[in-house]
Ligand binder design. Structure first.
Ligand code: CP
Ligand code: NVA
Length: 328
C-alpha cells in the first residue's frame, strides 16, 4: 500500500504523473465540477497544529470528488498522549478510507503509516511538507511552463517547507539555491538525499548564507516564516538571526525581471516578506495556495481510486518483470 509521506519516496515519473493528474482535475473542476471519483470515501484528518490551507483544501478536495472528510482536533485525539500513535492508526483505519495528519514529530507520521491499514498522507511535520511541494511544483509549472533547468531560490529557514521544495526541485531537474542564516541551514541528511536526486536529474544545489547572492538571476524566489509552529518561544532570537533575510523589493530586484515570488503561507508580513512584494505583480502566493486543492486531489485520487492497478511504480515493476522473463 502506498502512502504520501515524502517527495523522496516518489520517482520523477510518478511526481510528473501526479502533476499531470492535478492539471486534469483542475481543468475538470474549472469546467463545472469533478467526477465523483471518491464517492463514499472518507478522509480522517488529524491535526496537532493549526491550519487554514491544509484543513480546508483537503476537506474541499474530498467534497468536490464526492467524498467526505472528518476533522480531528489536537484536543480530541491526543495523539501519543491520550492514546498511542499505533493504536490511533489501527482504530482509525477501521472507520475511514485514508488518514491525513499534521504532526509535530515526523516520527509520529511514520508510526501512523507503519500501523495504519489505509493510506497515510503527510500534512506537515517538523521534517517536511510534501503536499505543499507538489502544489508548489504545479504552480511553477503553470507560471514558468516547466521545472527543468529553472533556478529556484529559497531565502530563509532550512526547515520543513525547504526540505520538500529541495526534493521536488532536484527530482524534477530544477536548480535549487538556499540562503539561510548560520545555525538555520538545512540538515545534512535531506541535502545528501537531494544530491542523489540531482545526480539523476542534472539539478545543481547551492547552499549559501547570503540572501543577495542566492536570489541573483533566480526564476523563482521562495520564502517561509522565520518562526514555525512549535518554535514560538524562539521568535525573538529568530527575528534577530534572520535580519537581512526579508524578501523586499530591493532583494527581488536582483532576481530575473520575470521571476515569480512564492510563499507557502501563512505569511508574517513585514518579517520574511514585505506587503509590497507579497501584493506585487510578481507574487503568485494566492494561486499557489489554491493549487493545494488541485495537487491534493491528485494525491487522493491516486491513493484512493487508482491503487493498485494503475500505480505507475507497479506498472514499471510489471514491465521490468515481463522484460526479464523475455530475456530468460
Ligand atoms: N501552507 C500551509 O500548509 O498552510 P496551513 O498551515 O494554513 O495549512
Ligand atoms: N514552516 C511553517 C510552515 C507552515 C505551513 C511551519 O512549520 O509552521
Amino acid at each position: 500500500m502506498r502512502h504520501f509521506l515524502h517527495i523522496a519516496d516518489y520517482s520523477p515519473e510518478e511526481l510528473q504523473y501526479l502533476l499531470d493528474l492535478a492539471v486534469k482535475l483542475k481543468k475538470e473542476w474549472q469546467r463545472g465540477g469533478n467526477r465523483p471519483l471518491l464517492k463514499g470515501k472518507v478522509l480522517g484528518m488529524i491535526f496537532q497544529k493549526p491550519s487554514l490551507r491544509t484543513r480546508v483544501s483537503f476537506d474541499m478536495a474530498m467534497r468536490h470528488l464526492g467524498g467526505d472528510a472528518l476533522y480531528l482536533s489536537p484536543d480530541e485525539i491526543g495523539l501519543g498522549k491520550r492514546e498511542s500513535v499505533a493504536d490511533v492508526a489501527r482504530v482509525l483505519s477501521r472507520y475511514v478510507d485514508a488518514i491525513m495528519a499534521r504532526t509535530f514529530s515526523h516520527r509520529h507520521i511514520l508510526e501512523l503509516a507503519q500501523w495504519a491499514s489505509v493510506p497515510v498522507i503527510n500534512g506537515l511535520t517538523d521534517y517536511n511538507h510534501p503536499c505543499q511541494a507538489l502544489a508548489d511544483a504545479l504552480t511553477i509549472q503553470e507560471h514558468k511552463g516547466r521545472l527543468k533547468g529553472l533556478r529556484v531560490s529559497y531565502v530563509g529557514d532550512g526547515f520543513n517547507v525547504a526540505v520538500s521544495l529541495l526534493h521536488i526541485c532536484t527530482k524534477l531537474g530544477a536548480h535549487f539555491t538556499i540562503a539561510s542564516p548560520l545555525g538555520y541551514e538545512l540538515a545534512p541528511r535531506p541535502v545528501e538525499l537531494a544530491q542523489e536526486f540531482a545526480r539523476e536529474s542534472g539539478s545543481q544545489i547551492t547552499l549559501l548564507n547570503d540572501p543577495r547572492e542566492a536570489v541573483r538571476d533566480a526564476d523563482v524566489v521562495y520564502t517561509d516564516t522565520w518562526t514555525s509552529m512549535g518554535q514560538e518561544a524562539e521568535a525573538e532570537k529568530r527575528r534577530a538571526a534572520f535580519a537581512g533575510y526579508t524578501v523586499n523589493a530591493e532583494l527581488l530586484a536582483l532576481a530575473r525581471p520575470d521571476a515569480i515570488v512564492m510563499h507557502c503561507l501563512p505569511a508574517h508580513r513585514g518579517e520574511e516578506i514585505t506587503d509590497e512584494v507579497m501584493d506585487g505583480p510578481q507574487s503568485v502566493v494566492f494561486p499557489q495556495a489554491e493549487n493545494r486543492l488541485h495537487a491534493q486531489k491528485a494525491i487522493l485520487v491516486h491513493l484512493l481510486a487508482e491503487q493498485p492497478k494503475r500505480t505507475p511504480a507497479r506498472a514499471t515493476a510489471a514491465r521490468g518483470k515481463r522484460t526479464a522473463a523475455r530475456r530468460k
